[in-house]
Design a protein around this ligand. Structure first.
Ligand SMILES: Nc1ncnc2c1ncn2[C@@H]1O[C@H](COP(=O)(O)OP(=O)(O)OP(=O)(O)O)[C@@H](O)[C@H]1O
Length: 228
């Protein structure tokens, strides 16, 4: 499903963010990506959406080599991968409904499909009744639920979450974590970078630990393993 082979990433300023990294993630897996600040977690996630390209190595998503993919094919790739960020990244001047609908519009969905798909997705993430609210009228946890609905509405193969609970208090984080776990149970592969020690230890999922751009640990039902 996701295969990275001998990936190195050196940024133009000479920083070596990833070094000869090989990683495979199967369909339907839930994987935590942990490691100290600067270990290369965000860089790895950016390679999967082609926000960055590796300096060396190959990446396959569903058998398709995305390193060699033409730029014109990148929008199609991004429709297959939902992304959730720490800072939500919602459109502030659009309602909850429109924020989720926007992802469908970009994918050229019809008005009919939008009317059919958005309410179901908002219900899935627990935001029924908030369709007409604006992001500023929502709590942090609710905003993250909108972002998850937006990431899921195109029925992606996988969801990449870069510290999705980083801005949320522990109770709210737990709600978001449970939502991601439920989405995973429905079949979507999830790769989540996090510093949330309690969450990782509680969930008992696969844990891949990065340090200095290399995988130093890869455990089924793993633990966070750092003190921060
Ligand atoms: N666009 C960039 N240009 C140059 N260097 C970068 C760029 N993005 C990241 N880096 C560097 O690459 C290394 C890995 O950064 P990355 O953001 O992937 O780490 P991270 O594990 O996600 O860290 P954090 O936990 O703090 O988010 C760091 O040394 C960082 O300074």
């Amino acid at each position: 499903m996701i295969e990275l082979y001998n990936i190195s990433k050196i940024y133009p300023n000479g920083v070596k963010a990833l070094h000869d990294l090989t990683l495979k993630i199967g369909r339907g897996e839930f994987v935590f990506l942990v490691g100290p600040s600067g270990a290369g977690k965000s860089t790895l996630l950016k390679l999967l959406t082609r926000e960055e390209n590796p300096t060396r190595g190959q990446i396959y998503i569903n058998g398709k080599n995305i390193v060699r993919m033409k730029n014109s094919e990148v929008p199609y790739l991004r429709r297959k991968i939902g992304v959730v960020f720490q800072d939500f990244r919602l459109l502030q001047d659009k309602t909850v409904f429109e924020n989720v609908a926007f992802a469908l519009r970009v994918a050229e969905a019809s008005g009919k499909e939008i009317k059919r798909l958005v309410p179901g997705m908002l219900e899935l993430v627990g935001l029924k009744g908030k369709e007409n609210s604006f992001p500023r009228e929502l709590s942090g946890g609710e905003q993250q639920r909108v972002a998850i609905a937006r990431a899921m509405v195109n029925n992606p193969l996988m969801v990449i979450a870069d510290e999705p609970t980083g801005n949320l208090d522990p109770d709210t984080s737990l709600g978001i974590m449970k939502l991601l776990a439920d989405i995973n149970k429905l079949g979507t592969t999830i790769l989540m970078a996090t510093h949330d020690k309690e969450m990782v230890n509680m969930m008992q999922k696969r844990v891949v630990a990065l340090e200095n751009g290399q995988i130093v640990r890869d455990e089924e039902k793993g633990v966070y393993g750092y003190e921060d």
